[in-house]
Design a protein around this ligand. Structure first.
Ligand code: UDP
Ligand code: MG
Length: 322
């Protein structure tokens, strides 16, 4: 399919309590749009779409003022905080019928805005999805690097297909978004879901910077929750591993029983209540963990069957009829 020579680009930016950083980064996004439009690689009708994710500070006020100051800025507000993934989805779904391509990016300036040049170039070369991939994590602490690397390894090991070092900085064409809209799951893990849509894709490397202002909303606990969510929403491998482990334990116990019977026939008594209790305790612990994993899947099924809306937009910076 031939791509338009000057596609309308919507930059989708989730914002949660970002009053410090937004006034710094918003003009950078605008400059990027103007620069790409001046170069003729996108349409001058391109827009920056902020998604206010139920912020408690002045974020929405700032977005409304930006929208008044320049027609390139648009904003939607979620009725409450629903999390980064849902905010990105809300923005993408809002943008998809108005544009040819979207680029989702965080609002804190950590992801190099200049990588958009190469993303748009890749789109012109025929790609429908372009993943922004962090080339180095020099600005991250050793701990963050280690946990992030383990996170990707674990995800891939568990059968969830994710692009290494790619977060949610990516270009998607309207065609991909149209198909993506059919992925109705409530448990969102976008970076694992997007590769499932298919179409021609590529990666663009970029340097990850420090946050320009404000604080991260992803402490370790939230990262772990995201990792666990990612695995359980994309793969049933943990349940298979449990089955495998069960078979292994059963096999070992069976060999143990045979050994004990043989010993008894030979007239030896197998002694040791301590070892028996510790084995029982160990296996009970493992069983509880397994139940927890299965419970996690049941919880997910429960949430999915309710099929609650994944985002609710309460306000827009423009009139809906427009
Ligand atoms: N964010 C959001 N909703 C939330 C938490 C975060 O929309 O509940 C946004 C946030 O404003 C930022 C992006 O998601 O634009 C990434 O968050 P953050 O920079 O805090 O995460 P980190 O880069 O530290 O992993
Ligand atoms: Mg950040």
């Amino acid at each position: 399919m031939k791509h338009p020579s000057q596609p309308v680009l919507y930059i989708v930016i989730p914002c949660y309590n970002e009053q410090e950083v937004l006034p710094i980064t918003a003009p950078l996004f605008l400059q990027k749009i103007e620069q790409l439009a001046a170069a003729g690689s996108i349409s001058p009708d391109s827009r920056i779409l902020f998604v206010n994710d139920g912020s408690r500070d002045k974020t929405w006020e700032i977005i409304c003022n930006l929208a008044k100051s320049d027609p390139h800025y648009l904003g939607i507000s979620q009725s409450r905080n629903r999390g980064h993934q849902n905010a990105v989805l809300a923005g993408l779904m809002e943008a998809r019928c108005r544009c040819d391509i979207t680029i989702s990016i965080d609002c804190d300036g950590q992801d190099d805005i200049n990588a958009m040049d190469k993303m748009v170039e890749a789109y012109h070369d025929g790609c429908e999805v372009v993943y922004g991939v962090r080339s180095s994590r020099a600005t991250d602490t050793f701990f963050k690097r280690f946990t992030a690397e383990s996170f990707y390894k674990l995800l891939n090991g568990m059968g969830a297909e994710v692009v290494f070092n790619h977060a949610d900085y990516r270009l998607m064409s309207a065609r991909v978004l149209k198909e993506f809209a059919n992925f109705k799951e409530v448990n969102l893990f976008l970076r694992g879901m997007v590769p499932l849509v298919g179409f021609k894709s590529t990666s663009v490397a970029y340097e990850r910077h420090e946050r320009l202002a404000g604080e991260s909303h992803y402490p370790l606990s939230k990262m772990l929750a995201l990792a666990f969510d990612g695995i359980t929403s994309l793969s049933v491998k943990p349940i298979r591993l449990i089955t495998g482990f069960g078979v292994l334990v059963a096999l070992i116990s069976f060999i143990g029983v045979i050994w004990a019977v043989v010993q008894a026939v030979l007239g030896h008594t197998v002694s040791g209540w301590a070892s028996t209790t510790s084995i029982i305790c160990f296996v009970s612990g493992v069983q509880l963990i397994c139940l927890g994993v299965i419970g996690e899947y049941i919880g997910k099924i429960y949430m999915e069957t309710k099929a609650r809306p994944r985002y609710i937009i309460s306000e827009r910076t423009w009139d809906e009829e427009e």
